[in-house]
Every structure is written in structure tokens, then in C-alpha cells.
Design a protein around this ligand. Structure first.
Ligand code: GCB
Length: 505
């Protein structure tokens, strides 16, 4: 098969490939029209700051000649954004010197094959001195931020290309990144590629200040930098499917996902009707169809905290879970319960017991000393009844950043830390036996309806809504990296080894 693609790679700077007529004496904002097309280059770019003493290694080693990844490690950097604010690497916070951005772009065939088409690369703005290479050729230099600049690159990208397979010309191309792994569940273990896997991670929400639920690359990259900082290896998409870009990032970073459908609040008897069940099954069909090719997804969650002790919940979950398993026999299926082990009618049908509990939060206020006993009893009861692996799928405490109280009182940073510590003692008792994971509620504070229980939203985040750490984040970081190092490396291995890598274990 002879196959070449019309591809170009460009170093440094966003944002736009345009196909336009020359404009003498002005620079119009690129708008689409019947004669003009645009292709936005916003999104993830490869990035490297030149930390060498002279800041000139990139020029000396000619990083622009080859894809950036071939001359050393790169980071993902969203464009547009400020690299200083996204990273957890303190060296980038105040970095001054050359930084290299690179993006590989596939151009529409007609742009590259129709020689009458003019292809223009436009940079919206780049601080503060920009040099632009296209396919390794220096095409433009520009000094000063804020203002756009552009260059005609037609001659660099227009070549006659043919695509042919043994059965004839090819008119459509699609690339699908793949990863191959197996998932299995035993009586007491969750296995990935045949090895026991322990989920040490978070529950998230698609939420942030101002933007609310809207998808945002800089926010996503910040969140992934925080997940790596934390040493998290997993999260649940509580309580709905997340943007596909999120799952693409998980595939690339080796973060494991429990993919949840939006069945939250199934609490009334009428929610377990046939109409509801049929709709639920259709949603699972859509979810599996969309996400089945993501290796990061290791389990489907069909609901969060349904009234699973209702009689009708038994048949309901039997049907929904059986249907989901038929759609995807390769992955385990669960739902997240807050029912009592003896009353739960759906638990017989799940592969993994995912249980939420809020000891010393929604009851026994302040009685942190009860947590270990209550948690131990919870785990033992579930295990002796079902002999299935268990994930503590939620636990946590509401905390207002900056509130301090010692001895700890509810809502203070000290209380959140102390509560987590008690949970961790209880978890460590059963980790390695049949408890296969812990997911903190929640990664970050998030907005909710107003109720007397919420102080401007849910404050159980270990990060604030603005993604700054509370004291508990440091506690969890210590723990997650310790677990990551224990499960990934021999005991003697240094923490720094893992800090450079994904904690996928
Ligand atoms: C839960 C729910 C979650 C809530 C959390 C809380 O059990 O699953 O959606 O936000 O408790 O903080 O009350």
C-alpha cells in the first residue's frame, strides 16, 4: 500500500491555517466565506521550555528540523493559554527564555493539491518574539505580543500526493489511537493485564469558575497536571459521561476511568418503571458505542446512589447490567451504592461493589474515632455477603479553604485531613485483601443548588474550584505516591522515580 498523507508540522505559535486571497495593506480577521476556509489550530500542542543555561540549546541542536518529541521529552500545552499557569512545575512558573511549541497538522487535500489555493498561516499573537518553522523551514519571525501576524506557506505545503491501496484509490482517512489491555475481576481482585490493580484516585465533576460545565483545554490540562501531581491513577466520571477529549487524555496519560452514565437520582419507585429502564438501556448503548474504544475505560457504572433497596430495583438492575454486559463483554459493570449491604437488591448483579459512605460527616458529627470501626464493619459485611472486590467510591468532608481549627471541627482544613487519615487507616486494613480502590469525593469544589448543607456549592474538594490545594491535598499526595511506588516499583524505589512518570500501576 502506498500511502502518503498531506501533513505539515509547524513549530511555535498558534492559530490558524487560512485559505485566502492576498490582502494588500491590511490584515483582515479570518472569517469564513464561500471563497475562504479556516482551520483552527487551537488545542493541544507539544511543548518544551529550553532550560539550558544559555537558553539556546534548541537552536544549537536544531529542534525545528524534526518532530519535537525526537529531540527530548515534551509536555502537552493547550493553545491558547499561558504556560506559566498550567503547569505544576515551579520552574515554568517564572521561566524566561525560549519555549518551543509544535503541532502536526493534516491539511485538507484540496488545500495542498489545488495550486490556485493560497494557504496562509496566521498566528493570533505570541509573546514576545516568535520564530515560525513549517516543515523545518524558517518562514517568519515576529517581535511583540498581542498582535496577529501571518505568512503565505502555499509553496511549503502544496505537493501532489496520491493515495492508493491494493483495491484502488483511497478517499477517506481516519486515525484511531489504540491501546491493548485486558481487564478481569476475581473474587477479591481487579486485574489489568493480569496484574492486581488498586484504584487510588478521585471523583470529578466537569465544573469550574465562570465556565461552569463548558469544555476547556487549559482547564483540562491543569486538571491532568494536578492528577499527576497527586499521584492519582484513576477517576470516576461522576455522574455523567465527560467530554471525549477527557477520555483521550486518560488514554494518553494512563489514567484509568470508571465511566458513568447520567443515572443519578433514581430514588422514587416510578424511576424503576419499564419506560425508565428502556431509556436507561438506550443511554448505555450510546455510552458504550461512544467510549468502547478507549483503553482507559475499565468499567461501566450504570448509576450513582439509586434507591437500590427498593424491591423493583432488583429486576431493574439485573436487566440494565445484563444489557450492558451484552453490549460490551470485555468490561466489568457496576453501579455505585449507598444502600445497606443487607438491603441492596442490585448488588447481586454487579462485578465490583462500589460503596459510598460519609462517616463522621452526615452523621456522628465530629466523631472521627468511630470511622475505623464503621468502615471495617462496612467492608466486612459487603464482602461476606457477596465475595466481590470492593471500591470505596466516595468519602470526604466539606472544607472551606482557610478555615482552621485545632482540635479539628467540621468545615476546617484540619477536620478534612483528620477524617481522611481515619479512612486511610481503615482502607489499609483491607487493601491487598479485597478492597481494590479508593476515590476521594471530590477532586475540586464544585457548584450545586443552594441548600442549608452547601456553602456556595459543594466544598468537599481537595482542591478549590480555582484548582488550588487544600491541606488534605498534600496528605493525599503523600499517600497516593506511596501506594504508586509500592505497587509499581520495589519498596526501595525513590519517590522521584514515579514523579517523572505516570502512576499507572
Ligand atoms: C454523594 C453523591 C454526590 C454528592 C456527595 C455529597 O453521595 O454521590 O453526588 O455530591 O454525596 O457531597 O453529599
Amino acid at each position: 500500500m502506498a500511502r502518503r498523507r498531506a501533513a505539515a508540522w509547524a513549530a511555535l505559535g498558534p492559530l490558524l491555517w487560512g485559505c485566502a486571497l492576498a490582502l494588500q495593506g491590511g490584515m483582515l480577521y479570518p472569517r469564513e466565506s464561500p471563497s475562504r476556509e479556516r482551520k483552527s489550530l487551537d488545542g493541544l500542542w507539544s511543548f518544551r521550555a529550553d532550560f539550558s543555561d544559555t537558553r539556546r540549546r534548541g537552536f544549537e541542536e536544531q529542534w525545528y528540523r524534526r518532530p519535537l518529541r525526537e529531540s527530548g521529552p515534551t509536555l502537552d500545552m493547550p493553545v491558547p493559554s499561558s504556560f506559566n499557569d498550567i503547569s505544576q512545575d515551579w520552574r515554568l512558573r517564572h521561566f524566561v527564555g525560549w519555549v518551543w511549541y509544535e503541532r502536526e497538522v493534516t491539511l485538507p487535500e484540496r488545500w495542498t493539491q489545488d495550486l490556485r489555493t493560497r494557504v496562509v498561516l496566521r498566528i493570533g499573537s505570541a509573546h514576545s518574539y516568535a520564530i515560525v518553522w513549517v516543515n523545518g523551514v524558517n518562514t517568519l519571525e515576529h517581535e511583540g505580543g498581542y498582535l496577529p501576524f501571518e505568512v503565505d506557506i502555499s509553496s511549503l505545503v502544496q505537493v501532489r500526493l496520491t493515495a492508493q491501496t491494493s483495491v484502488g484509490p483511497v478517499s477517506d482517512f481516519y486515525t484511531l489511537p489504540v491501546g491493548i489491555r485486558t481487564v478481569a475481576v476475581t473474587e477479591s481482585q481487579f486485574l489489568i493485564n493480569g496484574k492486581p490493580f488498586y484504584f487510588h484516585g478521585v471523583n470529578k465533576h466537569e465544573d469550574s469558575d465562570i465556565r461552569g460545565k463548558g469544555f476547556d483545554w487549559p482547564l483540562l490540562v491543569k486538571d491532568f497536571n494536578l492528577l499527576l501531581w497527586l499521584g492519582a491513577n484513576a477517576f470516576r466520571t461522576s455522574h455523567y459521561p465527560y467530554a471525549e477529549e477527557v477520555l483521550q487524555m486518560c488514554d494518553r496519560y494512563g489514567i484509568v476511568v470508571i465511566d458513568e452514565c447520567p443515572a443519578v437520582g433514581l430514588v422514587l419507585p416510578q424511576h424503576f418503571s419499564n419506560t425508565s429502564m428502556n431509556h436507561h438501556m438506550r443511554v448505555m448503548e450510546e455510552l458504550v458505542r461512544r467510549d468502547k474504544n478507549h483503553p482507559a475505560v475499565v468499567m461501566w457504572s450504570v448509576a450513582n446512589e439509586p434507591a437500590s433497596s427498593l424491591e423493583s430495583a432488583g429486576y431493574y438492575f439485573k436487566m440494565v447490567i445484563t444489557h450492558t454486559k451484552a453490549l460490551d463483554p470485555s468490561r466489568p459493570v457496576t453501579f455505585v451504592t449507598n444502600s445497606n449491604y443487607a438491603a441492596d437488591k442490585g448488588a447481586p448483579y454487579v462485578d465490583v461493589i462500589c460503596v459510598n459512605s460519609y462517616y463522621s460527616w452526615y452523621h456522628d458529627y465530629g466523631h472521627l474515632e468511630l470511622i475505623q470501626l464503621q468502615l471495617g464493619t462496612q467492608f466486612e459485611n459487603w464482602y461476606k455477603t457477596y465475595h466481590k472486590p470492593i471500591i470505596q467510591s466516595e468519602y470526604g468532608a466539606e472544607t472551606i479553604v482557610g478555615f482552621h481549627q485545632d482540635p479539628p471541627l467540621m468545615f476546617s482544613e484540619e477536620y478534612q485531613k483528620a477524617l481522611l487519615e481515619q479512612y486511610h487507616l481503615g482502607l489499609d486494613e483491607k487493601r491487598g485483601k479485597y478492597v481494590v480502590g479508593e476515590l476521594i469525593w471530590n477532586f475540586a469544589d464544585f457548584m450545586t443548588n443552594q441548600t442549608p448543607q452547601r456553602v456556595l456549592g459543594n466544598k468537599k474538594g481537595i482542591f478549590t474550584r480555582q484548582r488550588q490545594p487544600k491541606a488534605a491535598a498534600f496528605l493525599l499526595r503523600e499517600r497516593y505516591w506511596k501506594i504508586a511506588n509500592e505497587t509499581r516499583y520495589p519498596h526501595s524505589a525513590a519517590k522521584s522515580q514515579c514523579l517523572e512518570n505516570s502512576p499507572f500501576t
